[in-house]
Design a protein around this ligand. Structure first.
Ligand code: GP9
Length: 432
């Protein structure tokens, strides 16, 4: 409705606040790390750090760490994490968003930074057709996609290119990108090695795994993400050595879970490791770290959020306004209200996670069969208190679907923010 659109417009119009503009005119590197869950951050495992480099980065005076950040993906897994992070819209639940909305008009982070004079490239060492990235990246606003065929490598791990080969060559690509027209750049970099099922060859296994975790998904994952962390550490060092660090904002986040909750044996093992119940909320918890060299900003921000909130959050730091498009998320650094995350895969549509509650929609879609939990006590609580929240969530997801299905941004941008909703052609009837 017109009213919904007005409220989304208001939300898109970010207010200045903490950290506003500290990244202005700087380069931006966003590193999306395959299957990086939050529980490994700062974890002491068998007297070892799993992610020493990310820990150091997170604890640095120039970093902000968002510790209540949850995945938000649809059918397109990793590619939906990209889609949601860049566009602040919900992913499609019918098909991967990059396929379904390949030809839509967008005004996400890549486009906005281009309008600010940035050169915008994406780098990922896998096949360019996978997840329809090559085609979708055009409408997403990327000017160049460096994909598997652009990297030289002989050895592979699991899915393909090793992070070490990937990062090393990215340094060269970044130098090239940095030299273009004296403009700042935005590089979106997606890693691959820490992909499930995480069984990396022995020569890369550097951790001492407890006997009871040997050969389990947990043991394998720890080795794999430890390897990824090591390569991320080297990459940051290389950025420093090559003069690419000082003027660059670096954001790092995980795309989605590694260890799926729901299996008793796995849940028990994880619960024992973490000292608290491993459930969908801890499974979906991914880290977000934003690092702005030279700034003293160290803080852990515990506002609940998701990739939906990435675009407004990074925009505030970069100091630009979204004057053309629409964003459904919040600037997590400055938002003072209670925020909610609406995962729609693994938890069904209508479910939510807030700072104190996890509401789990029933498989049969009936509100009466749904369950609500207090996240502090893990006790089941009265779900009926959340009926109106549930209705709001459905409405918000449907609004996002409407924007995508009607290609609303096309008309919105063409008409400078004015659009007559009634004239939008009928495409499909939206279902709950
Ligand atoms: C492949 C990589 C993995 O390009 O992004 O995707 P996933 O299987 O995690 O969705």
């Amino acid at each position: 409705t017109e009213e919904d659109l007005e409220s989304i417009k208001l939300r898109t119009n970010l207010k200045d606040g903490k950290l506003t503009g500290i990244g202005k005119n700087k380069n931006l590197i966003v590193l999306q790390v395959e299957a990086l869950q939050n529980f490994v951050i700062d974890l002491n495992y068998n007297n070892q750090e799993i992610t020493p480099n990310l820990n150091r980065l997170m604890n640095d005076k120039s970093s902000v760490y968002y510790d209540k950040y949850y995945q938000l993906i649809g059918r397109g897994n990793t590619s939906d994490a990209e889609f949601v992070s860049h566009n602040s819209l919900h992913p499609s639940l019918e098909e991967p968003s990059y396929t379904k909305y390949e030809n839509n008009t967008f005004y996400g982070l890549p486009w906005l930074l281009r309008d600010q004079g940035y050169t915008v490239w994406a780098m990922h060492g896998y096949k360019k057709e996978f997840w329809n990235r090559e085609k979708a990246y055009v409408s997403q606003g990327f000017q160049r996609f460096i994909s598997e065929e652009d990297y030289k490598f002989e050895k592979t791990i699991g899915f393909g290119i090793r992070d070490e080969d990937f990062f090393k060559q990215n340094i060269e690509y970044l130098k090239e990108l940095d030299s273009i027209d004296n403009n700042p750049f935005y590089a979106f970099i997606i890693t691959l090695t820490s992909h499930s099922p995480f069984n990396i060859p022995e020569e890369y296994q550097m951790l001492k795994i407890k006997p009871e975790h040997e050969g389990t998904i947990l043991g394998n994952y720890l080795q794999s993400i430890h390897y990824a962390d090591k390569e991320i550490g080297k990459f940051i060092e290389d950025l420093k050595n090559e003069g690419l660090y000082k003027d660059t904002v670096i954001a790092i986040y995980g795309d989605h879970f590694a260890i799926q909750s729901g299996d008793n044996e796995v849940d028990n093992m994880m619960t024992e490791l973490l000292g608290h119940k491993y459930d969908y909320d801890s499974m979906m918890n991914i880290p977000l770290i934003i690092h702005v060299p030279g700034e003293e900003i160290q803080e852990t921000i515990s506002t609940v959020g998701s990739p939906m909130d990435f675009y407004p959050t990074i925009l505030n730091i970069m100091g630009y306004k979204n004057e053309k498009g629409l964003m459904l998320g919040r600037d997590l650094t400055n938002y003072e209200g209670k925020n909610y995350v609406f995962p729609q895969t693994y938890l069904l549509k209508g479910s939510f996670i807030s700072e104190d509650t996890m509401f789990v929609m029933a498989r049969d879609g009936l509100f009466d069969h749904s369950k609500a939990y207090d996240l502090n006590t893990r006790e089941e609580i009265d779900k009926n208190k959340f009926r109106s929240m549930y209705d709001k969530i459905i409405e918000e997801i449907n609004n996002s679907d409407f924007i995508l299905k009607k290609n609303l941004l096309k008309y919105y941008i063409e008409n400078n923010g004015e659009v007559d909703l009634e004239t939008l052609t009928e495409t499909e009837i939206l279902k709950d």
